[in-house]
Design a binder for this molecule. Structure first.
Ligand code: PMP
Ligand code: GLN
Length: 382
């Protein structure tokens, strides 16, 4: 067996969801909304299944979706993407990540990773033969420290893998942090793989700037997106990559041997959805923000120290202060699921070394009843 997978533990999301089922807990661990997702988008998919094409679609994705992706980023970020040479559909952001890392990394290349990092990153980087170099981000600001960039970038740096906005912190990198990072990427002639799946799930009027819009990174960045997050349909696994033709054509070679393609009916529905009016996107943010405010207020009233979230479905509780101060995140998450029957995610699971062990993540993308029930159970434990 390959030790990278043989020695990797089951994903923290699966582990916590299993525990949630075992203890009949309210599951605020793995990030998925209670809401079934926009009905019109789901109807489009159903119609495409019944009346549409159900055989292999083109390897790069159906033209309607690739065109819709290009239009979408023109509308939101004034990006000019050539849908034929700069846009490819993948089976979720996860496949896009796997394809990008396999296509870009040669054994022995160094890859800069920012921890906390999404759980798939490290095994995929290692399996592609990359040598991970970590930059550690810390609460409450989760900003980039230049001394760490200086320490990890060198002549062997090939790829930088960034998640922006960042899961699990719920933070958005500042323009100053992105410009700083861009200068290191350009100086070391590296390629940025930027996982922007949370690009639309933003709060408190925070500005999100895709890294592809930074002029010096336009030809050095591969942007990854996911319809799962844009439409709160996490099980759909329709993702995409946007990059300059010279990068995309190589990543397409990896994609053709991983999944080759993605269900055509779901692609058709996502193409329809990306053209939805601005009201859909602002409405989604407003609803999630209300849920976040309600849950954060409830936790604050119970004496927890909440780190507010500017993006994603997640907020964090800081265990260095307030209720249960001093408890380690794993112990707290275990206590919470076993005794209060509320599942969360210990954030130390997102670190490979030198972990922050005082932060626990909660998914607030839930109905008010679900959040209120979780608060009631946590109150009893308190
Ligand atoms: N990257 C990040 C940062 C994520 O949070 C997720 C899932 N929530 C993914 C990738 C996976 O996206 P997909 O389901 O489209 O594969
Ligand atoms: N991205 C989701 C989260 O952060 C989980 C995805 C998964 O279960 N692999 O909760």
């Amino acid at each position: 067996m390959n030790p990278i997978f043989a020695q990797t533990s089951t994903s923290v999301f699966e582990t916590m969801s299993r525990m949630a089922r075992q203890f009949d807990a309210v599951n605020l661990g793995q990030g998925f909304p209670d809401d079934p997702g926009p009905l019109d988008v789901r109807r489009q998919a159903a119609d495409a299944v019944v009346n549409g094409w159900n055989q292999y679609p083109p390897m790069m994705g159906i033209p309607e979706l690739r065109q819709a992706i290009a239009r979408h980023y023109k509308r939101f970020h004034h990006l000019d993407l050539d849908w034929e040479t700069e846009v490819m559909v993948t089976s979720g952001a996860t496949e896009a990540l796997a394809g990008a890392l396999l296509a870009l990394i040669e054994p022995g290349d160094e890859v800069v990773l920012f921890q906390p990092m999404y759980d798939a990153y490290l095994p995929l980087v290692k399996r592609a033969g990359g040598i991970p170099r970590f930059v550690t981000l810390r609460p409450p600001h989760w900003g980039i420290d230049e001394a760490q960039l200086k320490a990890v970038f060198n002549a062997k740096t090939k790829v930088v893998l960034l998640n922006h906005p960042l899961n699990p912190s719920g933070s958005v990198f500042s323009p100053a942090d992105l410009d700083l990072l861009a200068s290191y990427i350009v100086q070391h002639d590296a390629i940025l793989v930027c996982d922007e799946v949370w690009e639309h799930v933003l709060f408190y009027n925070v500005e999100f700037r895709p890294t592809l819009t930074i002029p010096s990174l336009r030809r050095k960045t591969l942007k990854i997106g996911s319809a799962g997050k844009i439409f709160s349909l996490t099980g759909w696994k329709v993702g995409f990559v946007c990059a300059a033709p010279e990068i995309l054509k190589v990543v397409a070679k990896a994609h053709q041997y991983i999944t080759f393609t993605t269900p055509p009916n779901l692609q058709a529905a996502v193409a329809y959805g990306l053209d939805k009016s601005d009201d859909y996107f602002t409405g989604m943010r407003r609803d999630f923000q209300e849920a976040q405010d309600r849950f954060a207020d409830g936790l604050t009233k119970l004496g927890f120290h909440v780190i507010p979230s500017n993006a994603t479905y997640f907020l964090n509780v800081d265990l260095t202060k307030g209720r249960f101060a001093g408890m380690d995140d794993n112990a707290f998450a275990k206590l919470l699921v076993e005794e209060a029957r509320v599942a969360s995610i210990p954030v130390s699971a997102f670190y490979a070394e030198d972990a922050v062990t005082s932060v626990v993540r909660f998914c607030f993308a839930k109905k008010f009843e679900t959040l209120d029930e979780a608060l009631r159970r946590i109150k009893q434990l308190c």
